[in-house]
Design a protein around this ligand. Structure first.
Ligand code: IFG
Length: 493
């Protein structure tokens, strides 16, 4: 089987089960949430099979020949996202301790069916599931993907499709990079020029765009229904040229910032000594916190080259207090570890500088947890190799094997498992203009990086994965993903 991420424990058995016209998706309990999950499974399987596959509430396990989703009297050791899946001649039984676990198990079920199941038009069967016993629990609680909608703007439908890809790989954090030098992408009612002006362009001078608060809420709901927590990022004090061009009073005196459509970094800074700036931040954080049910708000903090060290530290500590007052947990790129952090704060490691190690240690000493996003392994905007038309090279070439063959506890960062909250694959969009560009850069690498976040470290090898990835390749194609056919993998057809 070509399941990605690889399940913790999988034992084949001699049974097999074919979906038929009569197959039902029985669900217990008959709660709205459990029934919604059953209906989601039905929606994924109906187009290709042409079967009704009705989600049907039940009080007990069905008789022969059906799919049974159950949340009752299950094993608490499965935790928030774990699940147990049995396929035999009698049918399918998927149990979990929590609804997210059922949802994660459904992705495994999808990947056990023939790849044609992902087609949206009816296909010839049979729709066979191989007999198996699976017990699967994730290694890390943060398995993320970041999409930069600032450098190039991606609309709601594109973002929803990207979220669907993330759900398929059991990703549970969607980090949305909503502001940067080239664009401000989220409506803030108290500061309308942020989108009127700051949202009006993008890298290369295109029309830009932005999410209204209703559209952002729609994205959050869509992610939530896939058990994915949206982590909004408002980057500060650097990467703020779009905000400064919208409200020059946010800049230090005498600077007249203008809209920026290039791809340099590190040239902007909020005026970190002005109370006007903190009123701005208070309003932005308040409005975004109200729209974000998830516990996290990312404040960026990267590449603040135009902010003095002392000003930067004071700024981060003051913003951390604002985030906390709004009942949220602050996330930031590794540089925030220069400041005094609250123990719940999350620090996202991204560079491979010698200073990075010291910053990671400072973060850990303060009780903060680390998201590992090493650019040399996990940055999806790095070229695969010198022939890749899109992407950067500053962190090196990142072929599929490079993106897979690392471990968050390794990376000679002197970190231990408990210091790490998880992994995340950022996709910066300076060179990705369309969703097709983004999918080309993201796949296959995103699948492998999230296997690192989900699967056991022990015994995980590139040699085994490259064979499984090859067999998995047709699933990318059936989902309409224009993925990179790495020469490192022997793709079928
Ligand atoms: N570094 C910048 C990003 C982006 C990236 C492109 C971080 C945290 C280079 N900051 O990565 O804005 O420009 O690879």
């Amino acid at each position: 089987m070509d399941i990605i991420p690889k399940p913790t424990l999988l034992t084949p058995n001699e049974g097999r089960f074919d979906l038929t016209h009569d197959t039902r998706i029985y669900v217990t309990p008959a709660s709205v949430e459990a029934m919604n999950i059953g209906e989601y499974l039905g929606e994924r399987l109906r187009p290709a099979t042409g079967f009704a596959l009705p989600a049907t509430p039940t009080a007990s396990a069905p008789s022969f020949g059906h799919i049974y989703l159950s949340l009752i009297d299950t094993d608490a050791a499965l935790g928030e996202e774990g699940y147990a899946l049995r396929v035999g001649a009698e049918g399918v039984t998927l149990t979990a301790h929590r609804p997210a676990g059922l949802f994660r198990g459904i992705q495994t079920l999808r990947q056990m069916l023939p790849p044609a199941i992902e087609q949206r038009a009816e296909q010839p069967g049979p729709w066979s599931l191989p007999g198996v016993e699976i017990r699967d629990v994730p290694r890390f609680s943060w398995r993320g993907a970041m999409l930069d909608v600032s450098r190039h703007f991606f609309g709601v439908e594109d973002v929803k499709r990207y979220i669907d890809h993330l759900a398929y790989y059991k990703v549970n954090r969607f980090h949305l990079h909503l502001s940067d030098d080239q664009g401000w992408r989220i409506e803030i009612k108290a500061w309308p020029k942020l989108t009127e002006i700051g949202g009006s362009t993008q890298v290369g001078g295109g029309p830009g765009g932005f999410f209204t608060q209703e559209q952002y809420a729609e994205i959050v709901r869509y992610a939530q229904s896939r058990y994915i927590v949206v982590v909004p990022e408002i980057d500060m004090p650097g990467h703020t040229m779009a905000a400064l061009a919208s409200y020059p009073e946010l800049s230090r005196e005498g600077i007249m910032p203008s809209l920026y459509t290039g791809t340099d970094v590190g040239m902007s800074s909020l005026n970190t000594r002005s109370n006007f700036t903190y009123q701005f931040i208070e309003d932005v954080i308040r409005e975004i916190a109200e729209l974000t049910p998830g516990p996290f708000i990312h404040i960026g903090g990267d590449e603040a080259y135009k902010t003095s060290e002392a000003d930067y530290v004071a700024f981060i500590e003051r913003v951390q207090g604002i985030i906390e007052r709004h009942g949220k947990i602050m996330v930031g790129w590794e540089e925030i570890a220069k400041a005094r952090l609250l123990p719940q704060t999350v620090v996202q490691f991204w560079r491979g500088h010698p200073s990075s190690m010291a910053l990671a240690r400072r973060a850990v000493e303060q009780g903060a947890r680390i998201i590992m996003s090493p650019a040399s392994r996990a940055y999806l905007d790095m070229k695969y190799d010198r022939t890749t038309p899109l992407g950067h090279t500053w962190a090196g070439f990142v072929e599929v094997q490079t993106a897979y063959e690392w471990d968050p506890v390794g990376m000679n960062m002197e970190l231990v498992e408990d210091n790490i909250i998880g992994v995340e694959a950022p996709l910066w969009s300076e060179t990705a203009r369309t969703l097709d560009d983004a999918e080309y850069l993201a796949f296959p690498r995103l699948a492998g990086i999230n296997e690192i976040g989900w699967s056991c470290a022990a015994g995980r090898t590139w040699e085994e994965y490259r064979g499984r990835l090859a067999a998995h390749g047709p699933r990318f194609a059936m989902m309409g993903i224009d993925f990179y056919r790495s020469p490192q993998v022997i793709w079928p057809v």
